[in-house]
Design a protein around this ligand. Structure first.
Ligand SMILES: *[C@@H]1O[C@H](CO)[C@@H](O)[C@H](O)[C@H]1NC(C)=O
Ligand SMILES: *[C@@H]1O[C@H](CO)[C@@H](O)[C@H](O)[C@H]1NC(C)=O
Ligand SMILES: *[C@@H]1O[C@H](CO)[C@@H](O)[C@H](O)[C@H]1NC(C)=O
Ligand SMILES: *[C@@H]1O[C@H](CO)[C@@H](O)[C@H](O)[C@H]1NC(C)=O
Ligand SMILES: *[C@@H]1O[C@H](CO)[C@@H](O)[C@H](O)[C@H]1NC(C)=O
Ligand SMILES: *[C@@H]1O[C@H](CO)[C@@H](O)[C@H](O)[C@H]1NC(C)=O
Ligand SMILES: *[C@@H]1O[C@H](CO)[C@@H](O)[C@H](O)[C@H]1NC(C)=O
Length: 292
């Protein structure tokens, strides 16, 4: 038997007791239920980790993958302040088709003028996309130039904001590319929105399709930053579920609606190793039993 000093034994007992009575790190950590449920909404069916929403509580995945279901048919993904419709979701290829919710109204006149802000370390926009630039609140419009330029005429829209009419234009990719009348238009603000490459081609032929093109949206590949942790979780705990502790900002592994055993214990043992220099689990346990 490895001899322990009284001090070390006392410390170990203290530590073990503390471990048994320590409060759980976040409020709902003792009830991590329902991660075996799936998310279904409209045409999207049986969506699982990393996504949450509907029957899947927020502890079942990272916060970036939270979905909601509007009117039992429209799936919404929120990223920072922007809300996106999810019209397609493929968990095998890890792709989503997204379109900004505000473009599903009848006009381009979105009041919240923000560039698309998807977190690029998680959502990777398909490289075949094109960028649609929307220019708002344009002044000094020389109507005779607009009238004589079929492209400008085609790509013009107007917004009724608080009872006033404001002019706008949209362009694919390079704004104003190929237009001679650049100086004649001054716009106060602009946003850029990704669109499908194929849709951009159609838009060049028929500018009236802009509403449809924005509603169609764009494709992104998603990357779960915690997929390696998740693979480890399934491997170590068959029948377990991957989840996320939003308070600690860390992935978790869920067994029978609770944290899987192992993690917290190993933390205790790591502190023990620091305390005693060298110790293994079996020796600690036998000493623990001896002490009592
Ligand atoms: C756990 O929470 C769910 C709701 O998320 C609730 O329906 C269930 O009764 C809770 N279970 C326990 C054991 O508290
Ligand atoms: C999920 O697990 C609970 C027990 O934790 C079980 O009662 C329920 O039937 C399961 N649901 C599904 C859809 O598997
Ligand atoms: C979704 O899951 C249910 C129950 O497991 C199954 O009957 C159904 O075919 C699944 N739907 C799709 C589209 O995979
Ligand atoms: C993007 O996601 C990563 C991984 O979750 C996170 O570390 C980072 O803070 C996020 N960036 C922004 C701007 O939210
Ligand atoms: C509009 O453009 C035309 C042609 O370039 C020019 O002759 C006319 O003076 C311009 N009108 C205004 C109000 O700037
Ligand atoms: C959106 O991005 C473009 C290009 O980076 C920038 O010129 C424009 O000011 C941005 N719009 C807003 C509302 O931030
Ligand atoms: C352009 O698209 C609009 C809206 O879909 C349609 O009504 C119109 O017929 C199209 N014009 C041409 C020339 O294809």
């Amino acid at each position: 038997m490895h001899p322990f000093t009284t001090t070390t034994s006392f410390l170990l007992t203290l530590l073990f007791c503390f471990h048994l009575t320590a409060p759980s790190p976040s409020n709902d950590i003792n009830n991590l239920s329902n991660c075996n449920q799936t998310f279904s909404c409209g045409s999207l069916k049986n969506v699982t980790y990393p996504f949450t929403g509907g029957l899947r509580p927020s502890h079942c995945g990272p916060p970036e993958f939270g979905l909601t279901c509007d009117e039992d048919s429209v799936t919404i993904l929120k990223d920072n302040s922007l809300s996106y419709r999810v019209t397609h979701l493929d968990q095998t290829s890890q792709t989503l088709r997204l379109s900004r919710s505000e473009f599903h109204g009848d006009s381009l006149c979105t009041l919240e003028l923000t560039n698309s802000t998807l977190n690029s370390s998680i959502f990777d926009i398909d490289p075949s996309h094109e960028t649609l630039s929307l220019f708002y609140r344009c002044d000094n419009i020389n109507t005779s130039i607009i009238a004589s330029d079929p492209m400008l005429r085609n790509f013009r829209f107007s917004c009724d904001i608080h009872g006033e009419t404001e002019e706008g234009f949209y362009f694919i990719s390079n704004p104003y590319f190929g237009y001679s009348s650049t100086d004649t238009i001054e716009c106060k603000t602009s946003i850029q929105v990704p669109v499908l490459g194929s849709q951009a081609q159609q838009l060049l032929v028929n500018g009236s399709l802009v509403g449809e093109v924005l509603k169609e949206g764009f494709d992104v590949r998603y990357i779960d930053p915690y997929s390696a942790d998740c693979t480890r979780c399934y491997k170590k705990h068959p029948g377990g579920y991957c989840g996320f502790d939003a308070q600690l900002g860390k992935p978790i592994c869920i067994c029978n609606d609770r944290l899987c055993p192992g993690k917290q214990k190993s933390l205790v043992f790591m502190s023990l190793v620091k305390l005693t220099g060298e110790i293994d689990e079996r020796r600690f346990l036998s000493n623990y039993i001896m002490l009592h």
